[in-house]
Design a binder for this molecule. Structure first.
Ligand SMILES: O=C(O)c1ccccc1NCC(=O)[C@H](O)[C@H](O)COP(=O)(O)O
Length: 406
């Protein structure tokens, strides 16, 4: 990478600083195919852009072509060639993300972006290295964490381990059955020790005891936080709950940015995974949902606003959509978000397609549950209000205002 850096050459220096990796396709497709695919995506996108934006895309395509031409240069090492390709893909990924309203950026791999004044290039101290909010901080950290995990266990190793994983259970079916049985939304009860917004919620945290208490209280499914740094969760918690005899299907509550994590979750016993639309491109979601179907996982696709909901509804094969009432950037919780996103035509399309909607975050009382049920949810995802209770089983009855255990 360093060897490619040429001061004042716009193409090469932006190659150095814009090399966000395009992860969703890294695992399964050879790189040249990805470039071809993304080129065609960029060209399609141009049809929908303003003349100014089209000019910017054209300029970037020219940079890509220049980069490709330089690949025949025998003085460039294979490692550098790979980085050029990552840069090319990164440029297009950034364009696509912006065009889809995704504000969460992927971690800049080697420092802040350059600024240009005429032919001169400037670098601002720290600029571009500071995440803009907690979600971006989590994603940048996850990026490094997943790269390290992949070094220890390759995708092909994970694929071999799939055969020995405990069988996947029907997450969506369990939610539907609970909703029919109880007349209230099926409960996904969250095994959550801590969170960035609330700090530690339970000092005496025993994941298996909590999981069993939830199951006894009538939870249809469980959500297990696996992120260590920000939520004090772990994949060990997921595994130990799976092996404890708890029958509820398990959602691996992780920040997924790479298909590798989906295989890892399945190997550790997950029955469902979370895909966050604020982080993932449409293409990533589509691709990851396809992988989930291939290996028997349910995908809970999470949205927070109308734009994300519309993006997700434009995709085929979506069975489960979560509406998060918490803005993951600001932590602001507002349960009316669920109602807003289910109003009018969106609600109709969801009903027509038989999509199960999960109301997520900030649900504390029977009135809250009745409110989101009235808005159209068939399931709820609840953490804080039940995990904080001395007896989480009783906490569930308190949340619903009745006993929902069978
Ligand atoms: O909970 C947070 O502080 C948080 C911060 C950044 C990203 C995600 C975060 N939470 C994930 C969730 O949305 C909740 O764990 C889940 O919906 C349950 O919410 P609650 O019932 O309010 O604990």
């Amino acid at each position: 990478m360093e060897g490619l850096y040429v001061v004042n050459s716009r193409a090469n220096s932006s190659a150095l600083f814009s090399a966000h990796k395009f992860r969703a396709h890294q695992l399964l497709n050879p790189i040249p195919q990805k470039i071809t695919y993304l080129r065609s995506m960029a060209q399609t996108h141009m049809l929908n852009h303003s003349p100014h934006k089209q000019f910017s895309i054209k300029a970037q395509m020219a940079e890509i072509n220049a980069g490709l031409a330089s690949m025949s240069n025998p003085t460039i090492s294979n490692e550098d060639l790979l980085k050029i390709k990552e840069w090319e893909i990164g440029i297009l990924q950034g364009e696509l993300a912006a065009s889809q309203g995704i504000s969460i950026r992927r971690r800049p791999p080697s420092g802040p972006p350059p600024y240009y004044v005429g032919p001169f290039e400037f670098h601002l101290q720290n600029e571009g290295k500071t995440p803009c909010n907690i979600l971006e901080e989590i994603i940048w950290y996850k990026d490094v964490e997943v790269s390290e995990m992949k070094k220890r266990k390759s995708l092909s190793m994970l694929k071999m381990l799939l055969d020995n994983a405990p069988p996947a259970r029907d997450f969506v079916g369990a939610l539907k059955a609970a909703n029919l049985r109880t007349g209230v939304p099926g409960l996904i009860a969250e095994v959550k020790k801590a969170s960035p917004s609330r700090g530690v919620m339970r000092e005496d945290f025993d994941p298996v005891l909590i999981a069993k208490a939830y199951e006894k209280g009538g939870a249809a499914c469980l959500s297990v936080l696996t992120d260590e740094k920000f939520f004090q969760g772990s994949f060990e918690n997921l595994e130990v709950i799976r092996n404890s005899g708890v029958q509820c299907p398990l959602l691996c509550k992780e920040f997924i940015i790479d298909a590798w994590q989906i295989y890892y979750a399945r190997v550790k016993g997950a029955d469902a995974i979370l895909l966050i639309a604020a982080v993932l491109l449409d293409l990533d979601i589509k691709y990851m949902v396809t992988i989930c179907k291939l290996i028997g996982l349910a995908a809970l696709v999470e949205v927070h606003n109308e734009r994300e909901m519309d993006r997700v509804l434009a995709l085929e094969g979506i069975e489960l959509v979560g509406i998060n009432n918490r803005d993951l950037g600001t932590f602001k919780v507002d349960i009316s978000n669920t109602k807003t996103l289910l109003e009018g035509e969106r609600g109709e399309r969801i009903r027509e397609r038989g999509i199960i909607v999960v109301g997520e975050s900030g649900l504390f009382t029977p009135a809250d549950i009745a409110y989101v049920q009235g808005a159209g949810v068939k399931a709820v995802l609840v953490g804080e209000s039940i995990v904080k209770q001395k007896d989480p089983t009783a906490g569930i009855a308190g949340l619903f205002g009745k006993n929902i255990a069978s």
